[in-house]
Write a protein that binds this ligand. Structure first.
Ligand code: AMP
Length: 283
């Protein structure tokens, strides 16, 4: 596994391999890796010649300084995991490498995607995500980009970014990897107390309840009941949104959408969790 701290070395390696006609897949991460991240690498490996992973805790996407400070950092463990799944290259840049003083993020028209769901509760978050992804994609120029369904809204925004900048990159959505009880794997889960770790499963249960009863109740009733389930367990719900899978606008009539997703954010103690489930996907 190649380990790069600087852009110049990474770029030389990428150019060398591109000349050989090898396809390059890329999975950006913030480290504290778990099997969800590993699944991106494995999928990338199955489909592409080479898999590049970046580990960079992007300060500009944290709207809350305490969240940034508490974000788990486990580089040694991350490198062991990546090595074990035959990752070809790992890029671990410093902040000055990603954001040199003369670099400016492109202005991207997101058509309101960044204002809904997470956008309401984490102002500025997606601006930071777009900034770091624009930079990473400019540096790595992958043929394929692997990102998780776990961060569904982020996926739609990066899809828009790629379209807007007309980048020759195929964006792949990797399915969410869950714990045995249904909790979506997340780097933040290590911060859950044992009590909240047990209770956190209610997020998945509430979304499954919505999926099961989608055609039985109104959207408002579905959202209200899911909110009730989550709050009565002792989590603090921020939102439950049944939204169109493309524009993320609230759904009124289920039969008028090709793709529908339910997205949830809730606090389990002082840990903020997000998750989602695809309810309708008509190909
Ligand atoms: P992060 O390190 O949280 O920025 O995540 C890096 C990438 O891993 C993103 O594309 C996430 O959507 C993806 N990811 C995080 N958790 C999971 C999971 N449980 N299953 C699948 N992909 C995930």
């Amino acid at each position: 596994m190649q380990y790069f701290k600087t852009i110049d070395h990474l770029k030389d390696w990428l150019a060398e391999n591109r000349q050989k006609g090898l396809t390059i897949g890329f999975a950006p991460t913030m480290g504290a890796l778990h099997p969800g991240h590993v699944s991106l690498v494995e999928q990338c490996h199955r489909d592409q010649h080479l898999c590049v992973v970046s580990i960079f805790v992007n300060p500009t996407q944290f709207n809350n300084p305490e969240d940034l400070q508490k974000y788990p950092r486990t580089l040694e463990h991350d490198l062991d995991l990546l090595y074990a799944v035959d990752t070809d290259a790992v890029f671990v840049p410093d902040v000055t490498e990603i954001y040199p003083s003369d670099w400016q993020a492109p202005q991207v028209k997101l058509d309101g995607l960044d204002e809904r769901l997470e956008g309401v509760f984490r102002p500025g978050h997606f601006k930071g995500v777009v900034q770091v992804m624009a930079r990473l994609l400019e540096l790595v120029c992958p043929d394929y980009l692997y990102m998780g369904q776990k961060d569904y809204q982020q996926w739609t925004i990066i899809h828009k970014l790629i379209q807007h900048l007309r980048l020759p990159i195929q964006l792949v959505m990797s399915p969410t990897v869950r714990e045995a009880d249904g909790l979506a794997m997340s780097s933040r889960n290590v911060r859950l107390t044992p009590e909240f770790r047990t209770k956190a499963v209610v997020i998945h249960q509430a979304m499954q309840w919505i999926k099961k009863h989608l055609h039985k109740y109104t959207i408002d009733q579905l959202q209200e009941h899911a909110a009730h389930l989550i709050n009565e367990t002792g989590l603090r719900l921020e939102y439950v949104g049944i939204v169109d899978g493309y524009d993320l606008k609230s759904v009124q009539q289920v039969d008028q959408h090709k793709k529908i997703v339910v997205c949830v954010a809730a606090w389990a103690g002082d840990v903020r969790l997000i998750d989602n489930l695809i309810l309708v996907d008509k190909k």
